[in-house]
Design a binder for this molecule. Structure first.
Ligand SMILES: Cc1cc2nc3c(=O)[nH]c(=O)nc-3n(C[C@H](O)[C@H](O)[C@H](O)COP(=O)(O)OP(=O)(O)OC[C@H]3O[C@@H](n4cnc5c(N)ncnc54)[C@H](O)[C@@H]3O)c2cc1C
Length: 395
């Protein structure tokens, strides 16, 4: 891979960073991470504001075909993700631009593309993912939410769970069972889109241990959805979901977020004395910061390699699993490092006494969710062992 950027890329990258730096100045006080997007009205408004600002520049649809308003390359998309990650900015809900849009483009139904891509590109329509159920997580193909066809509609009944941002989203993409008698459970599933305001959709909060509202249960009682909202063919939803496996989504943003956090920890250690001695003079702390810097840099190179493979359509699905595992585990170790460096202050909730606005108190407890969301790390390791190493599947 050639790491040298063209003059145009250098210019565009600078523009991404400049715009993101400006948007950071408008961040509500204490805004940090995914939780802040969905938990409060203020955070949600800021998310939508950022989305509109990106949309004005055509940045939400970077990498899409020009006929749908797209421009630029996967590389440009990566630089944009990096800039957003560095400033920890919202504005791109992973579900619409990162998951549904590439899926729609991959399936290639022009009518669906014309109906749904403009709302994603403009940031006006925000999406949620209704896949997991109380008895279908890692084994997603066991899902039981049913969709029975009647004339030109499906009537959907069932329950979804862990639905991130479903209380804010305008539309949902869901997996439903359309053939309960299919010979294999993967074969009777359909991928369908519906408006979250459709009668019969009830969203109930699942609060975090700190009472933040990010996740939900969604109950579907006789929800009528037109058949033209199916993505792909009836009973072929599993194949549609497989399209997503090859998209490396958010790791470079997360990696840049880590880089920024590391920079801030270094600054803190250079400014803070404990027992009359600067933390930056403590050999153990220096060692751990340096180790973290190496690991972040290595992961960043891997992220670029994968983005480059994706650009050339040469990416294997298991490679994204590798980055997912490494990025999530590194984020957890960074949260431990921050909490260790802050000592007792690392346990203080957001207040004037807590450095970094209480980020490490929160993140130390929550970073493990990254091992679960979007497929657990155990499942990612299974994918690597099957597809990457050719090991046999376990029953
Ligand atoms: C932060 C967060 C956000 C989420 N957002 C959404 C969302 O927006 N929409 C949505 O639909 N879902 C969402 N989820 C749900 C997520 O996709 C599931 O939690 C995940 O797939 C795991 O399913 P589960 O919780 O049922 O655990 P289970 O599948 O019950 O797994 C329990 C444990 O067993 C292990 N395990 C299971 N099967 C195997 C196996 N074959 N080999 C080895 N180990 C195995 C798992 O790794 C895990 O450690 C979210 C989850 C989290 C944590």
């Amino acid at each position: 891979m050639d790491f040298k950027l063209t003059d145009e890329q250098v210019k565009l990258r600078k523009e991404f960073y400049d715009v993101c730096k400006d948007l950071e100045k408008r961040k509500p006080h204490g805004f940090a991470g995914l939780e802040s997007i969905y938990d409060t009205d203020e955070g949600w408004e800021y998310h939508l504001y950022c989305a509109r600002e990106y949309a004005k520049k055509g940045w939400i649809s970077i990498g899409w075909p020009p006929e749908y308003g797209g421009k630029g390359t996967i590389g440009d998309k990566v630089f944009f993700a990096e800039a957003r990650g560095y400033y920890d900015l919202p504005g791109i809900d992973i579900f619409g631009p990162e998951m549904l849009a590439p899926t729609l483009l991959g399936v290639g139904n022009e009518e669906l593309n014309k109906r749904f891509l403009p709302g994603i590109a403009s940031g006006e329509v925000q999406w949620c993912e209704l896949w997991s159920e109380p008895n279908a997580g890692s084994d997603l193909a066991s899902l039981t939410t049913s969709a029975v066809r009647k004339g030109n509609e499906y009537i959907i009944n069932g329950q979804k769970i862990w639905s991130t941002g479903a209380h804010r989203a305008h539309w949902a993409f869901a997996l439903v069972r359309t053939d309960p008698h299919a010979p294999k459970k993967q074969m009777g599933i359909t991928f369908i889109l519906f408006d979250m305001r459709t009668p019969g959709v009830t969203v109930k909060p699942l609060y975090y241990m700190d009472r933040a509202h990010v996740y939900n249960e969604v109950f579907l009682d006789d929800v009528h959805v037109p058949v033209e909202n199916v993505v792909g063919q009836e009973n072929e939803g599993w194949r549609v979901t497989q399209l997503l496996a090859g998209f490396e989504r958010s790791s470079l943003g997360a990696i840049m977020m880590m880089l920024r956090q590391l920079e801030e920890l270094v600054r803190y250690c250079n400014e803070t004395k404990v027992g009359g001695k600067l933390l930056a003079h403590d050999p153990l702390i220096r060692n751990r910061l340096a180790q973290m810097a190496c690991e972040i840099e290595a992961l960043r190179c891997l992220g670029y390699r994968i983005a480059d493979a994706q650009e050339r359509n040469e990416m294997a699905g298991f490679e994204a699993s590798g980055v997912h595992i490494l990025a999530s585990e590194l984020q957890e170790r960074l949260s431990w490092l921050g909490a260790d460096i802050l000592g007792p202050y690392g346990q203080v909730k957001r207040s004037r006494w807590s450095p970094f606005d209480g980020w490490y108190e929160k993140w130390y407890q929550q970073s493990f969710v990254l091992f679960i969301a979007m497929g657990t790390n155990e499942i990612q390791r299974n994918i690597i062992s099957w597809y990457g190493l050719g090991l046999p599947r376990m029953k």
